[in-house]
Ligand binder design. Structure first.
Ligand SMILES: [Zn+2]
Length: 336
C-alpha cells in the first residue's frame, strides 16, 4: 500500500515565504511585489518586513494569497561591530488571517509613525531582545503560542555556528536556501545545517525563500527574486489551506527542480521528479544513497530502501545545472 509523504491529492502552489517591501527596507511596494511574483507563476507571498507586521489582505485574490508576517532580528550589537556581529533572524507568519497582532513587540523600537501601523497587545510588556538562546527561544515560544509559523533564516549570513543554532528550540522550519544571501556569495545552501539540527533530534522542516529586497537591476545576476521557493501542496488556494499545509509539512523547497511525488511502499521510498542529474537520500547514519539516470538519460523516478533504524530520511533532487530541490525530513517512527 502506498503511503503518501507529499499528499496525493491537492495542488502545488509556488510560494515565497520571506520578502521585504517598502514597509521596511525593500524597494517595491507590497502591491508591486505581488504583481511581480504573480507574473512569474507564484500563488503565495509572505511579506515579512523587518520588525513590522502589516497585513496585506487587500492584495489577496482568487489566484493569489498574501500571508501576514514579519522578520524579527536578534543581533550581538551592530555598532561598532557590523562585520563581525552574529545575528539570529526569524520569520513569523500568522496561521490565521484574522491574526494581526504582532507578537514580541517593543514600543520603544519604533517611531510614532511606524507604531501606528502595528497592532500589538497593549497589556503586554515590551519584549526586550537580546542575542542569546534563552531570549530567542522565548520569542519562538511566544510566537508559536500566539499562532505563528516560525522559520530560522540564513545561518551563514548570520555568522551563526553549530554552538548557536543547535540551542534554538521550537522553530517550525529553517531556510535550506536563502537566495538573497546566496547570490551575494554566502554558502547559503544549508543542507549541512539542516542535518545538524535533525541529527540532534529536532523535527524541523526546510523551506526555500528569496528574502528579496529588489534593490538591483532586474535583468542582472544580482536581482534577488526567483531563486529559491517553496512548493506547498494544499487542497485549495486560500489562506487557511496554505497555512494548514505549512504546519503539516506538505511542501518542499527548491531552487528550480520539481518533485512531483513522494511516497512509501512498505519500506521503499519512491521519488518522482523533473529530469535530474542525481537524486540523493540522506539519513541520520553514514548510509547516504544516490541514484542517477540510466544510459545517459536523466532520472525521473527513483527508489530508496529505508531501514527502521534510520531515524530520519530526506531527499535532494539535483538537476543538470546543479540546482537543488529538497524535501522535508521524515522520521521513520512516524511514517514507517
Ligand atoms: Zn529578510
Amino acid at each position: 500500500m502506498k503511503k503518501y509523504l507529499l499528499p496525493e491529492t491537492g495542488q502545488f502552489y509556488k510560494a515565497n515565504l520571506h520578502s521585504h517591501s517598502t514597509v521596511s527596507d525593500g524597494t517595491l511596494s507590497p502591491a508591486e511585489m505581488k504583481a511581480l511574483y504573480k507574473s512569474r507563476g507564484y500563488a503565495v507571498l509572505a511579506c515579512t518586513d523587518h520588525e513590522i507586521m502589516v497585513p496585506h489582505h487587500d492584495l489577496t485574490d482568487e489566484d493569489f494569497v498574501m500571508l501576514t508576517g514579519f522578520e524579527l532580528g536578534f543581533d550581538e550589537g551592530w555598532r561598532p561591530n557590523f562585520l563581525h556581529a552574529r545575528v539570529c533572524d526569524l520569520c513569523m507568519i500568522a496561521l490565521d488571517p484574522e491574526n494581526d497582532v504582532q507578537p514580541c513587540f517593543n514600543r520603544t523600537y519604533f517611531s510614532d509613525e511606524k507604531r501606528a501601523l502595528i497592532h500589538f497587545d497593549e497589556t503586554e510588556p515590551d519584549f526586550i531582545k537580546e542575542y542569546n538562546a534563552d531570549c530567542i527561544n522565548e520569542a519562538i515560544r511566544i510566537a508559536r503560542e500566539k499562532g505563528f509559523f516560525v522559520t530560522y533564516n540564513h545561518p551563514k549570513w548570520s555568522l551563526e555556528r553549530y554552538e548557536q543554532y543547535t540551542k534554538y528550540k521550537g522553530m517550525n522550519a529553517m531556510e535550506i536556501c536563502n537566495y538573497s544571501s546566496f547570490i551575494d556569495g554566502y554558502d547559503e545552501y544549508n543542507g549541512g545545517v539542516y542535518d545538524d539540527l535533525l541529527r540532534q533530534g529536532k523535527r524541523i522542516f526546510a523551506i526555500g525563500t528569496d528574502d528579496n529586497h529588489n534593490r538591483r537591476d532586474p535583468k542582472g545576476r544580482m536581482w534577488d527574486s526567483f531563486g529559491a521557493f517553496t512548493m506547498i501542496k494544499a487542497d485549495s488556494l486560500d489562506y487557511r489551506s496554505i497555512t494548514n499545509a505549512l504546519v503539516k509539512g506538505n511542501f518542499y523547497a527548491s531552487q528550480g527542480p520539481e518533485i512531483h511525488g513522494l511516497w512509501l511502499e512498505d519500506d521503499v521510498l519512491h521519488v518522482e521528479c523533473s529530469p535530474a542529474d542525481k537524486v540523493v537520500c540522506t539519513v541520520d547514519q553514514r548510509r547516504c544513497m544516490s541514484r542517477y539516470g540510466e544510459n545517459g538519460a536523466p532520472a525521473t523516478h527513483v527508489t530508496f530502501e529505508l531501514k527502521p533504524d534510520d531515524v530520519y530520511f530526506r531527499v535532494t533532487v539535483i538537476d543538470g545545472h546543479g540546482l537543488h530541490a529538497d524535501t522535508n525530513a521524515y522520521f521513520t517512527d512516524e511514517v514507517l
